[in-house]
Design a protein around this ligand. Structure first.
Ligand code: NZQ
Ligand code: ZN
Length: 389
């Protein structure tokens, strides 16, 4: 196990009554709140009114910036930075999913910055401060409600890039599983896939003696796999929605990668797909992750056997280690298919005309992608070829 520092700084308020705390939590940071949200789902569900009421009861002045798109855009971030500076905003309240939260974090690091905010995403500068960001989570998926990262798409060139920093964890996250009842099945499944990918990125490591985090990863994956069919069949099942919601946070708040080095190749390859084709991140991962697994499993067959046996109950008597490993990957694909996810690029609506461009872009600014097995340009291309099915 490697040495590590873990400093989780987000206050989590979880449960049916969580929303009653919005105003009280927001008021700790000042008087002026920027309410940041997406394309309107919060208005249709009534959450918008509840949030506004709660903020008004706490005597807060509310400014609004709506219109965050899935795969959030840099242009709206720039608008938010200007608005916060002009109005002297004290807190950005992100009401939505990963896209809204990431946009809020980008505004939050952009406001106090001396450089252009995109420099942080290009790795040219390191954010030193973030304005307070609060979250009301409506979709369990990206884990951004507690994570230290933000992912933004620059429309100029369709580059989707991430920045990670300890200062980028939100100050608080309000999480009521009932607020996820209105999610369409496809979005529910995309979220489920994304949180599983966050765990699997960490699971496939070269670090030895990580038994505890291996077992925590396996338990979280099994929890998600068991509860996924329930929420798809019965969207208002509180208990199953709660299990999924909490799993999404645990998957990506940093606990599961303590003492180990995760891979992240699949995520970075997926960002090239959603950056160009504007597909849902989770759906892109359902395609890339199994393709990556098929390409790299020979590197550590024993770890893939452990995954197959402990997560998907493949019998050790199933066959040779390679066959058990392959069966684990097949069951993962079957699971994705069972929840309505694509497992090939054509199913995602992506043809083979820009595979080379995506492979080139994935290597811009870095020598290789991934840690479990370093992936060079041709490796990324080969994985995308496998993903064609
Ligand atoms: O915009 P609205 O109208 O709100 O609709 C959203 C959006 O269309 C809808 N939605 C959200 N909650 C809903 C709902 N519809 C009905 N009922 C509800 N309760 O769902 C759609 C998708 O929302 P989005 O925020 O894009 O989803 P998600 O949370 O999956 O976020 C995806 C983004 O997060 C990034 C991804 O790359 C992608 O850009 N990621 C961020 C990470 C981080 N910051 O740590 C890590 C992840 O790996 C990921 O890369
Ligand atoms: Zn992700």
């Amino acid at each position: 196990m490697n040495d590590f520092t873990l400093h989780l700084t987000t206050k989590i308020v979880f449960g049916r009554d969580a929303e009653s705390k919005i105003g009280e939590e927001a008021a700790r940071y000042g008087k002026k709140v920027l309410l940041h949200y997406g394309g309107g789902s919060i208005k249709r569900s009534g959450l918008y009114d509840s949030v506004k009421d709660s903020l008004a009861k706490s005597g807060l002045e509310v400014f609004e910036l709506a219109g965050v798109k899935p795969n959030p855009r840099l242009s709206l971030v720039r608008e938010g930075i200007e608005l916060c500076r002009k109005e002297g905003i004290d807190l950005i309240l992100a009401v939505g999913g990963g896209s809204v939260i990431d946009s809020a974090k980008a505004i939050g690091i952009g406001v106090p910055a001396k450089c252009d905010v995109w420099d942080f995403y290009l790795g040219k500068a390191c954010p030193e401060k973030m304005m307070p960001v609060g979250v009301v989570l409506t979709i369990p998926a990206a884990g951004s409600e507690c994570s230290n990262g933000s992912v933004i798409t620059n429309e100029d060139g369709d580059y989707k890039r991430a920045v990670d920093n300890q200062i980028m964890r939100p100050s608080f996250a309000i999480m009521n599983p009932e607020r996820t009842y209105t999610l369409p099945p496809y979005q529910t499944a995309c979220g489920i896939t994304d949180m599983m990918a966050h765990i699997m990125e960490r699971y496939f490591t070269n670090v030895d003696h990580v038994d505890l985090t291996d077992r925590l990863c396996e338990a979280t994956l099994r929890t998600i796999i068991n509860n996924a069919p329930i929420v798809l069949r019965d969207p208002e099942n509180y208990d199953a929605r709660a299990e999924i919601m909490w799993s999404g946070t645990i998957a990506h708040n940093g606990l599961l990668d303590t003492g180990r080095i995760g891979d992240w190749g699949s995520h970075n390859i997926e960002h090239e797909i959603s950056g160009i084709y504007d597909v849902a991140h989770g759906a892109g991962l359902a395609v890339v992750f199994p393709a990556w697994m098929k390409y790299v499993y020979h590197h550590d067959v024993a770890r893939f056997v452990q995954f197959a046996v402990r997560v998907f109950d493949v019998d050790l008597a199933f066959g040779r280690p390679e066959e058990i490993a392959e069966e684990g990957i097949r069951r993962l694909e079957q699971f994705f298919t069972s929840i309505g996810m694509p497992i090939t690029l054509p199913q995602l609506g992506v043809d083979d005309s820009r595979l080379g461009e995506m492979a080139d872009k994935a290597l811009v600014g870095c020598e290789y992608q991934g840690h479990f097995v370093p992936l060079y340009r041709d490796d990324v291309y080969n994985i995308l070829k496998i993903a064609m099915g």
